[in-house]
Design a protein around this ligand. Structure first.
Ligand SMILES: *Cc1c(COP(=O)(O)O)cnc(C)c1O
Length: 355
């Protein structure tokens, strides 16, 4: 990458904590790298971004984001490729989506030099934290919150943008059993479903907890109006394999535009699979599992890459899916994506971004 025009104030740690990282034994989201980025936007003016030793931040009890939820984030990953280089996967897409979320939540947008330059600087400093290993990566978490100290309801004048980084390993051990949700909703037309805002996650916890009490790992969300069409699964986009075709709901204001989703669609087309973006009806899928025409259902997102489901629960009945094999489309697509990220095959789409 070219050097960025913007200056960063950098305060380096005296001694790295990288020996705390055990690549064999990574617990997602629990260990953080040596440094973090902090940039404040004061009345519309971005201040010089700072890179500081990772640590606590102080906040005032009247911090606006704590009360009214102006808070957004991104989730992305850096990898160590086969040539021992640190790379990111399509980070410009996360940057664009971050500012789309910011606009929907009436927040300041972040300049590219701070978002992309900040990731670059952090990865230069903390590159040793990018773990080796097939399923390992460094999870990158840019986020921003309203930082006014004010209890009135209005968009904040001040925002804090931060980036923290945390080593990540494999997400789910077993293929999850998921429940089709027909009572609660994740997103409604005209709402904030397409934004990666903190509140969407808070709202999904209670229905997910109920599903877990019934023995499911995760939810399959349906549309808010009719509960007949699939939207997403948990915090992932969702794909179905029916008669050998890959099917996924079209993105809309109620479906988050996943970068994994888009990448898998491209890889599937490259490999000669037919891909259809269309309404996907619950009834068609449930019937298709029963008749054997639907052979795979899987979630797709940065955290999991691809997560094939073992069974789907609908109206109290579980519909078992065939076991995943090396020939399953989800396996082929997952390997296809991993091979590009790890530099094992040519990056024909220009997705890999070397740090
Ligand atoms: C982040 C997210 C996804 C996945 O997006 P990726 O860019 O593939 O990581 C899907 N759905 C929701 C609701 C999300 O928040």
């Amino acid at each position: 990458m070219e050097t960025t025009a913007i200056d960063f104030k950098i305060q380096q740690v005296e001694k790295s904590r990288v020996e705390q990282l055990d690549p064999q034994n990574i617990v997602f989201g629990s260990l953080f790298t040596d440094h973090m980025l902090v940039a404040d936007c004061i009345n519309g003016e971005w201040q010089t971004p700072e890179i500081l030793p990772y640590g606590d931040i102080a906040y005032n009890p009247a911090l606006a984001s704590l009360h009214y939820g102006q808070s957004i984030f991104e989730g992305m990953k850096a990898f160590r490729n086969v040539n021992d280089e640190v790379v990111m996967f399509r980070p410009e897409e996360n940057y664009k989506r971050f500012n789309i979320s910011a606009e929907r939540m009436c927040m300041a947008t972040v300049p590219e030099e701070i978002f992309m330059g900040g990731l670059q600087k952090l990865l230069e400093l903390d590159g040793a934290w990018v773990p080796d290993g097939e399923d390992n990566s460094l999870y990158l978490r840019p986020f921003m919150f309203a930082s006014d100290v004010y209890l009135g309801v209005r968009p904040s004048f001040n925002y804090r943008f931060m980036i923290i980084m945390s080593p990540a390993g494999k997400y789910y051990a077993e293929p999850p059993k998921v429940k089709i949700e027909t009572e609660f909703i994740r997103a409604a037309e005209g709402g904030v479903g397409y934004a990666k805002c903190a509140g969407n996650y808070a709202a999904s916890l209670y229905p997910a907890k109920l599903a877990q009490e019934q023995g499911y790992t995760q939810l399959l969300w349906t549309d808010a109006k009719t509960h007949t069409k699939f939207e997403e699964s948990g915090t992932m986009n969702v794909f179905f394999v029916k008669d050998g075709k890959l099917i996924t709901p079209k993105t809309s204001t109620t479906i988050l535009k996943g970068i994994t989703r888009d990448s898998l669609i491209n890889i599937a087309r490259d490999k000669g699979y037919e891909v259809v973006e269309q309404d996907v009806y619950v009834k068609d899928i449930v019937d298709g599992i029963s008749s054997g025409s639907v052979t795979e259902v899987f979630g797709a997102g940065t955290a999991v890459v691809v997560s094939p489901f073992s069974a789907i629960g609908f109206e109290g009945k579980d519909y078992e899916l065939p076991a995943i094999t090396d020939k399953s489309i989800s396996t082929v697509l997952k390997n296809g994506l991993n091979d590009i990220r790890k530099g094992k095959v040519a990056d024909t789409h220009g997705w890999v971004y070397k740090v």
